[in-house]
Design a protein around this ligand. Structure first.
Ligand SMILES: [Zn+2]
Length: 190
């Protein structure tokens, strides 16, 4: 009982972070949708107050999402258990989602300010960032297969070892490949 309460408190922050994400998104969409903000410009004809508010709201939501992923990873590392396999995968996946979303969120304020050449550079920065995150996810998945790799390699080792068993000439006992004397009769092994 006390354990489940403790576990519940440990994961309590998930609700708060989710709240920050949802409220940021709702506020950004609602306030950004107001006529007052849409028709007021930070840079005349280019950047409206609505775009700025959406940018700030969506950025806050993405930041909260990433911090949630980071904190969940730490909690998973500490708690262990059957969900611990997620600890290597969660942060790369959330980072990939956040980076991919940041691309369009940052465009809200940057697109009116960039010329086509700058926009192309901007796109490349995000292409590299997204591919790096994808590679990170892939490495995390590969990292998860390491117990399998270990199992396969140790099986191969034991097969190898069994083929090098030394059989005693005197009593026919099987000895390890590295043994110099028989473990049964102490005969010197060839
Ligand atoms: Zn022997």
């Amino acid at each position: 009982m006390s354990n489940s309460i403790r576990a519940h408190q440990e994961w309590d922050w998930v609700g708060r972070f989710t709240g920050v994400v949802v409220v940021s998104l709702v506020l950004a969409a609602a306030i950004g949708g107001m006529d007052l903000f849409e028709k007021t410009f930070v840079i005349t004809g280019k950047l409206s107050a609505s775009q700025l508010v959406r940018f700030l709201g969506y950025s806050a939501a993405l930041a909260a999402l990433w911090m949630m992923g980071r904190r969940a990873t730490i909690a998973l590392q500490q708690s262990g258990g059957r969900w611990s396999f997620l600890q290597h995968l969660l942060l790369p996946v959330i980072t990939l989602i956040v980076v991919a979303s940041t691309n369009s969120v940052a465009l809200l304020v940057l697109k009116p300010l960039m010329n086509p050449a700058m926009h192309n550079v901007y796109n490349w920065v995000f292409i590299v960032a997204i591919l790096s995150c994808a590679a990170w996810v892939l490495m995390a998945v590969l990292g998860q297969s390491s117990p399998l790799t270990e199992a396969l390699t140790s099986a191969a080792e034991s097969i190898n070892a069994s083929s090098k068993i030394r059989v005693c000439d005197n009593c026919s006992t099987s000895n390890e490949s590295v043994a110099k004397f028989c473990k049964e009769c102490a005969q010197k092994l060839a």
